[in-house]
Write a protein that binds this ligand. Structure first.
Ligand code: OGA
Ligand code: NI
Length: 320
């Protein structure tokens, strides 16, 4: 049995068609997966492979540019743009991650009311003039993975025992962040506390990850305290629960430690999408059927929580 057999694989085709029995079935499988380990694969998620291929090709091309070129789109205060190697340190990690990434979000013009109001993380994306085709490739991926995320949340809602459409009103004008990530080959002489991504939990509600076939993503299994491989499976996305959904569910769903060490000997690319609600969406376990006496978490605006977590882990936000 391969280690990845420890992570369930859930078929989304019936969910996408809106078939109630399929949504119930997927919801139950998701509930079980999120209680047990907080990670699962989805297949037939609806993101066309051609869209994925274009985005992955854009990633390989973008990261191959020299640092001085990529610096033209260096990350800005809205968390949009290129993050150089060493820019992110996961909490409790001793060394910064051995990765670069490029972050984008919902494209909003400067005169959008949320931007004018100074809502953090909002605004236009940064697109490279030196690689004009990247904008279309990533924008298309962003849209398609957002649709897959919205479908997924229907089954998640049913798995949580709430209305199938509970999340849809919270996911207008979302804080969805999509990041292309580049992991150079792991240095052979690297110390044991050096990771591509150090052990961490994700901040937001739910993450949808496309990974290439390099391998290297590992998930902390609680019962045995060991790391299990989230082996690449063609055509799949890896899905995991983030801290905000764990809070929302009053810890019924678990947000699990994971890490990446790229031991493939070649470059590894992935595209992580943090599928998060709108800034002002209130995350309160009481809205998910938990009574106030049992709730472990105070209500919090999704954006405030995510902003704080980004502030805590990104070197560029600490300079000012
Ligand atoms: C992350 C993450 C995994 C990967 O960006 O939070 O866990 O395979 N990424 O890139
Ligand atoms: Ni992660």
């Amino acid at each position: 049995m391969t280690a990845s057999a420890n992570l369930p694989l859930i078929d989304m085709s019936g969910v996408r068609e809106g078939d109630p029995a399929s949504i119930r079935r997927a919801g139950e499988a998701i509930r079980q997966a999120c209680v047990d380990i907080g990670f699962f694969y989805i297949v037939n998620h609806g993101v066309p492979q051609a869209v994925i291929d274009r985005a992955m090709a854009a990633a390989a091309q973008f990261f191959a540019y020299p640092a001085e070129t990529k610096r033209q789109v260096a990350v800005n205060k809205r968390h949009r743009g290129w993050h150089a190697l060493g820019g992110a340190t996961m909490y409790e990690a001793t060394k910064p991650d051995f990765k670069e990434f490029f972050s984008m979000g919902l494209e909003l013009p400067e005169d959008d009311p949320s931007v004018l109001a100074g809502e953090a993380l909002r605004g236009p994306n940064q697109w490279p003039d030196f690689m004009p085709q990247m904008r279309e490739a990533l924008a298309e991926y962003y849209t398609e993975i957002g649709k897959a995320g919205a479908d997924l949340l229907k089954a998640v809602a049913v798995g949580l025992g709430i209305d199938v459409d509970f999340f849809s009103s919270k996911y207008q004008k979302t804080l969805q962040r999509t990041q292309m990530v580049y992991y150079p080959p792991h240095p052979p002489m690297a110390e044991a506390d050096q990771f591509g991504v150090a052990p961490h939990t994700d901040y937001g509600c739910i993450t949808l990850l496309y990974q290439d076939n390099s391998g290297g993503l590992q998930v902390r299994e609680l019962s045995s305290d060991s790391w299990i491989d989230a082996t690449p499976i063609a055509g799949s996305l890896v899905v995991n629960v983030g801290d905000l959904l764990a809070h929302w569910s009053n810890n019924r769903f678990r947000s699990t430690l994971h890490r990446v060490i790229n031991k493939s000997g070649h470059e590894r690319y992935s595209i992580a999408t943090f599928f998060d609600p709108t800034y002002s969406a209130v995350v309160d376990p009481c809205d998910l059927g938990i009574d106030a006496a049992t709730s472990r978490y105070q209500p919090v605006a999704a954006g405030d929580y995510i902003l704080k977590r980004i502030d805590d882990s990104m070197a560029y936000r600490k300079k000012a």
